[in-house]
Ligand binder design. Structure first.
Ligand SMILES: NC(=O)c1ccc[n+]([C@@H]2O[C@H](COP(=O)([O-])OP(=O)(O)OC[C@H]3O[C@@H](n4cnc5c(N)ncnc54)[C@H](OP(=O)(O)O)[C@@H]3O)[C@@H](O)[C@H]2O)c1
Length: 263
């Protein structure tokens, strides 16, 4: 059955730019009641919303406030879109412990906490949807993106477990795996032992294509969505024959591997 989006209470984290921003614009047109969350309030103010929460989701108390304020204002939460995230380029051997802490805090712990806090309410409602924005990098590790990939693999594992735990609860759990997407992501990415810039590999999709896939997933929930369909083949091939995918990837990642400054 195709669901109506009008009047649904939808939280979007990381709504100030990129995929989150485009998703907010599409959902506003559908008449959703939007709760937009990010640190840059100035950018949130440019978007149509029912509630704007300038919060730093690496802080547990800010995640708690996001859920409490939404519940306080609307009395319900229909969809939680865990989208906020950042990347890190650097070798595994040189990734600083502080980066590991900070990237897991935003890309994994924030969704984890938000999910824990929203489930009791969605259980009471006997309905709801949790959408986690992962990545193709959550299906296949990429050189110089080890810790970023690890956060997305963690989110994938969590999502799979949750899906089974919430079976028959009326709560849908969905994972979105974008390929390279045209957003601020590559400007904001933190850098370790890499020199210069290198372009993301392969097909780059517009943020609007990912946003449209998210909206379709709200209308008709799916377990896993690949907004760029070809990347599903990469995920599938890697599950079946990772050594073959290693061999196929090495030529594509020549520039990236050469960009490292270490030994
Ligand atoms: N772009 C890609 O190629 C790509 C590919 C696959 C998956 N993804 C995933 O898609 C998601 C969205 O990324 P994007 O590409 O749209 O990148 P983006 O344009 O850089 O957006 C990231 C969003 O996260 C927010 N954010 C960052 N740190 C935050 C914090 N501490 N607290 C609250 N919000 C924070 C940012 O807002 P503020 O700075 O205002 O806080 C921004 O709204 C991420 O999870 C990313 O891993 C991206």
């Amino acid at each position: 059955m195709v669901r109506n989006i009008a009047n649904k209470v939808i939280i979007i984290t990381g709504a100030s730019s990129g995929i989150g921003r485009e998703t907010a614009l599409l959902l506003a047109r559908e008449g959703a009641r939007l709760v937009l969350v990010a640190r840059r309030d100035r950018l949130l103010q440019e978007l149509p919303a029912d509630l704007r929460l300038p919060l730093d989701l690496t802080r547990r108390e800010d995640v708690q406030q996001m859920i409490a304020d939404t519940r306080g204002k609307f009395g319900r939460i229909d969809v939680l879109i865990n989208n906020a995230g950042f990347g890190f380029f650097g070798t595994v051997e040189s990734t600083p412990p502080q980066v590991v802490k900070e990237i897991f805090a935003l890309n994994f712990e924030a969704p984890f906490t938000a999910i824990q806090l929203v489930i009791p309410l969605m259980r009471e409602q006997k309905s709801g949807q949790i959408i986690n924005i992962s990545s193709v990098a959550g299906k296949r590790g990429l050189p110089l993106s080890g810790v970023y990939s690890a956060t997305k693999f963690a989110l994938d594992g969590l999502t799979q477990a949750l899906r089974l735990e919430l079976k028959d609860s009326g709560i849908d759990v969905c994972l979105i795996n974008p390929a390279g997407t045209q957003t601020e992501f590559f400007e904001q990415v933190r850098r370790g032992d890499v020199a210069g810039k290198f372009r993301p590999m392969g097909h780059i999709q517009p943020a609007s294509a990912v946003a449209e896939a998210i909206v379709r997933c709200i209308r008709k929930p799916r377990i896993e969505v690949y907004p760029y369909r070809v990347s599903r083949i990469v995920a599938w091939a890697n599950a079946v024959a990772p050594s073959l995918v290693d061999r196929m990837m090495i030529p594509f990642f020549h520039d990236r591997i050469r960009a490292k400054t270490g030994p």
